[in-house]
Design a protein around this ligand. Sequence first.
Ligand code: MV4
Length: 447
Amino acid sequence: MIKRILIANLGEIALRILRACRELGVETVAVYSEADRGAAYLNLANEAYCVGTPKAGDSYLKIDRVISAAEIGNVQAIHPGYGFLAENAHFAEICRSCEIEFIGPTAEAMALVGDKNAARRMAKQVNVPTVPGSEGAVESEAEALKLAHEFGFPVLIKASAGGGGRGMRVALNDLALKSAIQQAQAEAQAAFGNGEVYLEKYVEHPRHVEVQVIADNHGNVVHLFERDCSMQRRHQKLVEESPGPRLDAETRKAMCDAAVRLVRAANYTNAGTIEFIVAPSGEFYFIEMNARIQVEHPVTEMVTGIDLIKAQIMVAAGEKLPYRQEDVRQRGAAIECRINAEDPEKNFRPTPGKITQLRVPGGFGVRFDSHVHEGYVVSPYYDSMIGKLIVHQPTRREAIACMKRALSELHIEGVKTTIPIHQKILDHTAFHEARVDTTFIERTWPT
Ligand code: MV4
């Protein structure tokens, strides 16, 4: 039985988890750093403990302090949210040894999918399409050159311990590849403590499409269809949507089935995301798997009607999924815009400071997931996301109109936000026609 949960996170996701717990009748223990002392959402928790100073490394990332708060708060489980400790297999292991349920996959499954090269190998084993590339790790320049000549330049060197675009570099020719291999290995060693790299052909102008899955501890694995997250800048997503536009039913089914095969092969449980890239040809390839709830999970919730945070908690409590695959439907279209305290006019520079005025949109099909309020001070220490505006409508066209209307109602004064770039995106014909790939933002508004 899970009667009390510690939320090892902050901001909108801490509040999102708090709300789910309250609806489930589960008590909550919040943690905060000195930078977040007095944040309004902390008052909704049954208890709240300070775990350190503002720097994340001295608070939200401190395993001993988070575990101490969990022990003192007498919780049965910890929800890590996203970021911070969410994909730290060591933390999941510590939770287990303290007999605290980690709300996520097992430490073993997390470590497995966290090794991007191992995940790629497993994908091949279960017939999930992967990009042409190396068979495992690349050790030498000679090996890399031979492979690159086999499948052609440009190629990408990726760190096994990387992910999300970290520890990744493109090589256009022999010379560049030679110097890149050693550099990439050294960089990966320094950044992740693991210098292993592998090679893939570079797929140009891809779309980013990911499949949401949820699996229980009884062998049931269900996918909740896909999200298109192509609208991003420097690996920071701006707009996400479900269903993925311009995805035919056959490709969708192949991708979702592939995701379920991979989840089964990895013995993966709880919520996870299988990331694919879709080439202009329509071919799709597995890229990596994310062992956490993601920022963009609400678009999936809107089209499926499934509360993913509640599902995570129920699965962690040992319950069976209450639906089979054939019960899950994709209904209508949902879009999310990430509202960040950043100045899109100044290269998306973070704009910490006090929110002096806030007017939040509402109405049919509008959801605003945010912890901020008038008088809230956006801290310079953490991610600059201050909210997510989500809409759900019968069709994509209506969802776009609804998002434009909702964005026009969202007034934030005191800090510059990404609202203006969202308005430009939503007015762009390339977005209306869904003719965008992951290079759209940089091509359209170069900085
Ligand atoms: C790629 C790719 C092209 N070819 N792999 C970037 C994030 C990481 N998850 C994987 N990424 C990519 N891998 C091959 N073989 C292009 C990207 C990529 C990308 C992928 C998804 C979303 C945005 C992206 C932006 C730039 C590059």
